[in-house]
Design a protein. Structure first.
Length: 123
């Protein structure tokens, strides 16, 4: 049996600001944006090529905005990823090299922190 991670809730304080950041700056795809009722809004965003999405919105999670730390995406070219994020206005770190891969780091407007990794070559 496969167990696939499909959706992770990311707490934000301003849904529209966060959606704009993730779509217009981080390059995520806006899959769903619906008012569910009773003040609940569900927004599903997916990084390009990912099988897992994030959910932001009103009533999606009780976690404090900005409390998610260490979300991680993997890319094939860390330098291209860093350049694309920087060109879109994201405050992204320089590329950092470690034995376990190359990384850049950024945060959304609420302070939820992300890592982007290029895996090291396989031997």
């Amino acid at each position: 049996m496969d167990w696939k991670l499909e959706l992770v809730a990311v707490p934000v304080s301003d849904v529209d600001r966060a959606k704009d950041f993730y779509v217009d700056q981080a390059g995520f795809v806006a899959d769903v944006d619906i008012e569910v009722g009773d003040g609940m809004r569900f927004v599903q965003l997916t990084p390009p090529g990912s099988a897992c999405s994030i959910a932001i919105g009103k009533g999606v999670t009780d976690a404090q905005a900005g409390s998610v730390q260490g979300m991680q995406m993997v890319v094939s070219d860390i330098r291209a990823a860093q350049a694309a994020l920087a060109a879109s206005g994201v405050d992204v770190s320089d590329v950092q090299e470690f034995p376990w891969g190359s990384f850049v780091f950024f945060s959304d407007p609420d302070g939820n922190r992300w890592a982007v990794q290029q895996l090291p070559p396989r031997e």
